[in-house]
Design a protein around this ligand. Structure first.
Ligand code: DX5
Ligand code: ZN
Length: 220
């Protein structure tokens, strides 16, 4: 089975002590920390922003994968970078021009990714695919943790995997939403290599045990 990276979404973590959570994630061997920024306009929910991202960055050496679910991401790229992001993903459905937004992210020296919501066809990403490091296929409607995995999104993952492999591109395919011990293998099999896991991981008694279950579920 292909090599894949685990990205822990702290949206479902215990917010009373994010420093402790960040350190526990680091020692658990998770590959990166996924940080969901929501503005209450692009998605019907609010989460957290720069001061909290900065605090997380000061608490851990983990790679910080920042998922912007906001209306005008271009306006906030430099602040996201200053707050410690290592990868910034933004939605193609947002109002910012994609070429400009990708350039702003890359000129800031961090990795760039483009995201599609469940209703957006994978073809929408293709004009930008050679410019980004990651394409993110949402497997739930963005806005909330704990929703069920949308299995029909796997067709998009398969199509993107074929497109990327046919051209020998080095773009990662990330999936976000509803990943657990039942769905992870399907996502990896379809071609995803960056798996965001939120509620499943934080509902386990220990994060490292949860990660082991996930990794075993893929290798079975
Ligand atoms: C949802 C967020 C996700 C969320 C995933 O809009 O982008 O990152 O935390 O949570 P689970 O794994 O619970 O679906
Ligand atoms: Zn996310």
């Amino acid at each position: 089975m292909r090599k894949f990276y685990t990205c822990a979404s702290v949206l479902s973590a215990d917010m009373r002590n994010l420093e402790k959570v960040s350190k526990e994630l680091e020692s658990s061997g998770v590959d990166m920390l996924h940080f969901d920024v929501m503005d209450g306009v692009f998605v019907p929910n609010l989460s957290f922003g720069f001061p909290i991202l900065k605090a997380v960055d000061m608490s851990t050496n983990l790679f910080l994968d920042v998922h912007l679910m906001i209306t005008d991401p271009l306006r906030y790229i430099s602040q996201t970078i200053s707050a410690g992001a290592d990868l910034i993903t933004f939605h193609i459905e947002s109002s910012s021009a994609p070429y400009e937004t990708i350039a702003a992210i890359k000129n800031g020296g961090v990795k760039a990714g483009i995201v599609i919501k469940p209703g957006t066809p994978y073809e929408a990403i293709l004009p930008f695919i050679e410019l980004v490091d990651v394409v993110l296929v949402m497997t739930v409607e963005p806005g909330f943790g704990g929703q069920s995995f949308m299995e029909d999104m796997l067709d998009k993952v398969r199509a993107l995997r074929k497109y990327i492999d046919d051209r020998n591109l080095s773009v990662h395919i990330q999936v976000d939403g509803g990943i657990n011990d039942k769905t992870i293998a399907k996502a990896v099999e379809a071609g995803a290599d960056m798996l965001v896991v939120g509620s499943y991981l934080f509902n386990q008694s220990s994060i490292s045990d949860g990660l082991e279950v996930l990794r075993n579920a893929v290798s079975e």
